[in-house]
Design a protein around this ligand. Structure first.
Ligand code: ZN
Ligand code: ZN
Length: 352
């Protein structure tokens, strides 16, 4: 999470703030400049979803849209009759805004054709494909499958409920299960289509993740069979058990994990959090030599940070903040995601 400061009094402010609690200045997030600013009705309007989605994003006064760029992407939401569902909807929208801001920070296009053909090495850039959209459904009424299909990401708002999500997490044996994590995973499928499929990266994708043309359903069936049998260990080559189910899921899980890492490192930098002698602690766990320098830096910084943060969690009597183990092949896959993302970004952003 990024740190912001009140332009009136200097108080630390957060991404979701609508008012400075120290001095009372109304604030809002300007998505074009990615800044939290004092709200000035002469230059900005608030998004029409400010109450229903607790949205603090601003539009320029001249903008004809009533919804901000984030809220506009949601094509389906619960009706106004159920306050419980609306609260879950607002939580999911908050996670979605965080996702979209991170994507903007990484310089990733959120629609095909968004980036200029001049800087775009991929044929997708000039193609009109599926529009990115979000459906916020509630599994109280219907069977909801969290997933991605042709540009549309579907979330189950029941997952905003901590107790429900924890039950599902335990039944699937996942170390982490968050709404933000779902979003980071599902958007990975979108970027596979946008940045990998049919591009110069497709060949290397198959070499690293496997042939995605194998039958999807039988792979998933086999995966759950393995899970039950427990004969095969996914940990050697995959960041999660689910990643082992199919090359597409492996990519999406790795992509989500990459976004976790970048967000964690950005947060550390924003708050001036630094861990001394990083490689001494991290070096023993995994050898990252031989990878591109940017990937080595990223993984070394991240592992040393997570060693310290896990120790901090344990000091508080909590479970590890970062309960993952990165192996050499997982690092190679993360490195590939890094390369795909930095190639797509017009600023060619480097690690950190
Ligand atoms: Zn203030
Ligand atoms: Zn909005």
């Amino acid at each position: 999470m990024r740190a912001f400061h009140c332009s009136t009094c200097g108080q630390l402010l957060f991404f979701d703030n609508v008012v400075c609690l120290a001095c009372g200045t109304d604030v809002g997030f300007d998505p074009m400049n990615r800044e939290l600013v004092a709200f000035d009705p002469a230059t900005h309007r608030r998004c029409e979803n400010q109450h229903v989605a607790r949205c603090n994003w601003l539009l320029a006064v001249g903008d004809e849209a009533t919804l901000c760029p984030s809220c506009r992407l949601t094509v389906l939401r619960p009706n106004d009759a159920n306050p419980h569902h609306l609260a879950a909807f607002a939580d999911a929208e908050a996670a979605k805004r965080q996702l979209l801001d991170q994507l903007a920070g990484l310089g990733l296009p959120i629609q095909a054709g968004d980036h200029s053909p001049a800087t775009d090495p991929h044929p997708r850039g000039s193609e009109t494909g599926p529009r990115l959209a979000f459906e916020m459904k509630v599994s109280d009424y219907e069977r909801v499958i969290i997933g991605y299909q042709e540009g549309t990401i579907t979330l189950d708002l029941a997952e905003s409920d901590d107790a429900h999500r924890e039950r599902v997490r335990q039944s699937l044996g996942e170390p982490y299960r968050t709404v933000l994590g779902h979003l980071r995973h599902e958007i990975g499928h979108f970027y596979w289509w946008l940045l990998v499929e049919g591009t110069g990266f497709h060949h290397r994708f198959r070499a690293l993740f496997g042939d995605e043309t194998v039958d999807y359903q039988s792979s998933l069936d086999q995966h759950y069979g393995w899970e039950v049998g427990g004969a095969w260990d996914w940990r050697h080559d995959h960041v999660s058990a689910y990643a082992a189910s199919h090359p597409w899921e492996d990519w999406a899980e790795t992509f989500a994990h990459y976004l976790h890492i970048r967000s964690g490192l950005e947060t550390a930098r924003q708050y001036g959090l630094a861990v001394g002698e990083p490689s001494a602690a991290a070096g023993g766990s995994i050898d990252v030599s031989g990878r591109p320098p940017a990937v080595q830096d990223l993984i070394r910084q991240w592992l040393s940070m997570t060693f310290a943060l896990n120790a901090m969690s344990r000091a508080m009597g909590q479970n590890d903040l970062y309960p993952f183990i990165l192996t050499g092949s997982v690092v190679d896959k993360l490195g590939f995601v890094h390369e795909v993302i930095t190639t797509a970004s017009p600023s060619r952003s480097s690690a950190g």
